[in-house]
Design a protein around this ligand. Sequence first.
Ligand code: COI
Length: 355
Amino acid sequence: MDVVSDFLKITQASETRISEIDMNNIPFGRVFSDHMLVAHCINGEWQQAEIKPYAPLNLTPANSALNYGQSVFEGMKAHKSPEGRPVLFRARENWLRINYSAHRMAMPPIPEEIFMEGIRELVKLDSNWLPNPDQGALYLRPLYFAADEYIGVKASDNYTFVVFTCPVGPYYSEPVNLLVNKDYIRAAIGGTGAAKAAGNYASAMLPDKMAKANGYHNVMWLDARHGEYVEECGTMNIFFVIDGEVVTPRLTGTILPGITRNSCIQLMEANGYKVTARQVSVYELQQAYREGKLEECFGTGTAATVSHVAKIGFGGEEWVLPAVSERKIGPWLYNALMDYRLGAVEDTFGWVELL
Ligand code: COI
């Protein structure tokens, strides 16, 4: 065992399971790397975190996260730079966001050094699990949940923070079809939509399953109040190009403030595209489609990176968008973002950290 600092120690796995993965054909999120980070917060006091061999967690059935969903998470990726070094992308933003999510769920903040140093050491230790740039990335899943053994409904006194990692290929292996849902809502003002709370994903699963049964990959959510304004897609934020203008739903407190969303806005603006964050009515999209002005649609997210949207379903209509080969902004943006994520261009935004 190595003691890295008074807040982190490392116990290395005695063997690697890397032969379980074919790096040329990586499934998303099914094979996990050799190590994980685990830290416990007991009655408000963070204990020394440990990086140790990846293994199942020992949970009581009375665990309050399992029973009541007091649980939040993050999605991050490490890439392999052209020189073969691990690259982290805007990792501190994920730390800030998990603590925002935690606050909304009445959970104590995770100390910066446990999150940041823990992730740096974990990625360095499992750097042999980093796919090559053309194969994919190492996905990191910080997960933070209540740990009390108690079935009364109250914020837990104890918490567990875990980070585990897995090599991944693309989340969507083809351009995606999105179904606008008018029957269910994802989030309402005052709710948890802007937090990365486990329950947001659970409540989306029935509509998601229904969309998939109809040939769609994902749901496009509308706002709860008017049932009209586009919000997000659960696995990604959404952008449209309407008659040459890039628009994206503005953050209202019901939409996840995507780090990829923010990076894409900055990248487009720095390259001369005007991006407007505003309310986007589904009827405006319908009109634009009918007039041939809905030129592009793409989703953004850590897992999704920049995913082109092929088709949008709404009220029995199918809006088939131009072929990706005819699009200008989405394909350019994907490459521009990947250049930064891989550490392949000068980091003019201060986004990347080479380990
Ligand atoms: C991500 O993009 O990393 C997410 O967390 C979305 C999804 C895979 C749950």
